[in-house]
Write a protein that binds this ligand. Sequence first.
Ligand SMILES: *[C@@H]1O[C@H](CO)[C@@H](O)[C@H](O)[C@H]1NC(C)=O
Ligand SMILES: *[C@@H]1O[C@H](CO)[C@@H](O)[C@H](O)[C@H]1NC(C)=O
Ligand SMILES: *[C@@H]1O[C@H](CO)[C@@H](O)[C@H](O)[C@H]1NC(C)=O
Ligand SMILES: *[C@@H]1O[C@H](CO)[C@@H](O)[C@H](O)[C@H]1NC(C)=O
Length: 464
Amino acid sequence: MALLHSSLCSCCAFFLLAFTFLQAPRVYGRETENRYVVGVRSLLPSSVCSSPRDSNPSMMRVVHRHGPCSPLSPSRKPADVKLLNQDQDRVNWLQRQISIASNGTRASLSATIPANSGGSIGTGNYVVKVGFGTPKNDFTVIFDTGSDITWIQCKPCSGRNCYPQQDPLFDPSQSSTYSNISCSSPSCKKLDSRNCSAGSRCRYKIEYGDKSQSKGFFGSDTLTLTPSDVLPNFLFGCGDQSKGLFGRAAGLLGLGRRPVSLVSQSSPKYGGVFSYCIPSTSSKPGYLTLGSRRLSNVQFTPLRTFSNLPSFYFLDLVAIKVGGKQLPISSKVFSTAGTVLDSGTVISRLPPSAYAALQSAFRKQMTRYKMVPALSILDTCYDFTGYDTVSVPTVALMFGGGTTLNVDFSGILYVPNVSQACLAFAPNGDAKDFGIIGNAQQKRFNVVYDIANRRIGFGANGCN
Ligand SMILES: *[C@@H]1O[C@H](CO)[C@@H](O)[C@H](O)[C@H]1NC(C)=O
Ligand SMILES: *[C@@H]1O[C@H](CO)[C@@H](O)[C@H](O)[C@H]1NC(C)=O
Ligand SMILES: *[C@@H]1O[C@H](CO)[C@@H](O)[C@H](O)[C@H]1NC(C)=O
Ligand SMILES: *[C@@H]1O[C@H](CO)[C@@H](O)[C@H](O)[C@H]1NC(C)=O
């Protein structure tokens, strides 16, 4: 019986290996229930977009800012170290807000700010295309679940007040459906940082960090997400002073929970539900969609909210498994800090003791590979040079309500090149800092934010 079992297994492993070899790029199998086996050639993204055109016009197409599917003109991808340092800037920004909201009792910020990383927030590295105005003009914008107001740079915007963007600036005077918002209007009062200009026009201001910000007039116009998702009178910022790490994107789509966010504004139509899928590599597209169109095969966990942190989506991380085995971490470690689900952070952050347990278990199951030095915030890196395939333990994140997120292979390792493949998790500086589920670990899942029913869902195989 034992013999039969083991020969079945090796046969199965052989099949999966063969499959991995034949089906490049990036098809992978499992050697056992608890390890992924992946062809090394498939670890690096292709330089060609696998699906250059929209296959499903009923959803917004989500692509990586710096990948071959990006509508932003081929820009040189910043070095990985720089991208990872920017990721830490975003984490610092998120944690600073939570620290302020909780009266400074949490988040040891000074301990976690890396030296000289720029001080600007990385606002996320995935973009979608949306249309503003009548007639509609398309703009490529960053989407962000960690902030609320949607804004694009608008005319008039002189000289250095606006950063260079790829799309022509939106000109509200050319749109027949654009309206100004007056200071006394209830719409203006939805902003928490507002101001009045001469003529009593409402102005917005949002700061994402020391150096990234957007200011301008608050207005409304028709927002066209897809041919069938058209939102008249959508409130947004018409930026005339913006700077920061927005790349060549025209602005930002805010998917937080406050009244001014896209989700809240569209909730009469879509019931306060949206979902997205982050693709496994920058050479493939994912999607973003409003409403409950994609709820099959989704496992849910309760959404936690805090009134003093009105933008963020918290969930209950309760345990982690590596190679199928649950790590010895007290669930108190997670509940002390809390965990935020964020689309704009790349690498998930864990309480220090939880990360230590993950790092140790992962390293024990990777002893066959040579370790190489750390890459920025990632301290568990391997050299895969000379291997045709590699075998990596699975990682699962377990949430309240019995929901398990079996992290896709593309979310376990961050791979700048074959000679440096790093475990894509990092520790927080302090046990009281909250954890973050970053977009790397969300890859390929249909991630559902169902605010009305106070739940977050994960559906496997949402996209490639
Ligand atoms: C912060 O302080 C205010 C007023 O003292 C209090 O009402 C609030 O609950 C505190 N917030 C936290 C998270 O401790
Ligand atoms: C908005 O206000 C500006 C400045 O007063 C004005 O030039 C413009 O015509 C107004 N736009 C609309 C649609 O009322
Ligand atoms: C409001 O406008 C005034 C005058 O332009 C400026 O000094 C102030 O900083 C602004 N406040 C905000 C929140 O933008
Ligand atoms: C691999 O990537 C890392 C991080 O970007 C870099 O430091 C290293 O030099 C690269 N190695 C090779 C062989 O390209």
